[in-house]
Write a protein that binds this ligand. Sequence first.
Ligand code: GTP
Ligand code: MG
Length: 215
Amino acid sequence: MNIQKGTTEFLMGIDKVPQLQTWLNEHPFMSGIAFVGRSNVGKSSLINSFFGKNTARVSKTPGRTRQINIFGFTIIDPSTKAEKEFYLFDVPGYGHADVSKEMAKNWGELLDVFFHMCSEKILLMNIQDARHPLQDSDNAFHEYIKSFDLETYLMFNKIDKLKTQSERSRLKAIQPEIYKSFKWVKQIHFISAEKGDGLAAVEQAMITFLNRIPE
Ligand SMILES: Nc1nc2c(ncn2[C@@H]2O[C@H](COP(=O)(O)OP(=O)(O)OP(=O)(O)O)[C@@H](O)[C@H]2O)c(=O)[nH]1
Ligand SMILES: [Mg+2]
């Protein structure tokens, strides 16, 4: 099966808890994928690579996306033309340094409601920057998310920026430690939204997950 690029549809951006609760109440059986990560790691760029360009807005300034953006997308079996529909969530920017206390509090509450409703029907794609893996805010996020018991795949994006072989192998060498420390991390991928490295394997991994979701 493939993600049907170009049919991904922006449904709504949510920045308030009651709005999110209403949406969740109206979509009790929804399933899909959430892209989560620090600001500027390339979440929107990856979403555009996987779901069709111009799906999400790529920021010039880190931290621009301050809402949970919800999209609808379809996967299709090219031979039988069978289709299945899912939701995609662009969940930006944990670990902002530059927002007011009020905004940080609102954002924390919104994320809390969001992750509480996530179930075995939602795959978490945690995006990190390959040049700066496991930052304090990434570790704090894992500390927070571990109690939710969600299937999580860790993507190290921007590997095109690692110029030397030794930089790349240093990153790969931390894999066993991650699997040991973060048991809910089921897969680790090294990718580049810009150059396309590793994206085909990640797309197949997402589809495998989606096909496994119980009806
Ligand atoms: N070199 C390189 N640059 C990338 C890659 N992926 C994203 N970028 C760049 O990184 C910047 C941030 O990308 P976004 O996709 O907007 O990042 P984001 O995580 O959605 O950021 P927020 O929405 O602010 O949380 C943009 O200038 C992208 O062009 C990559 O694989 N390689
Ligand atoms: Mg973004």
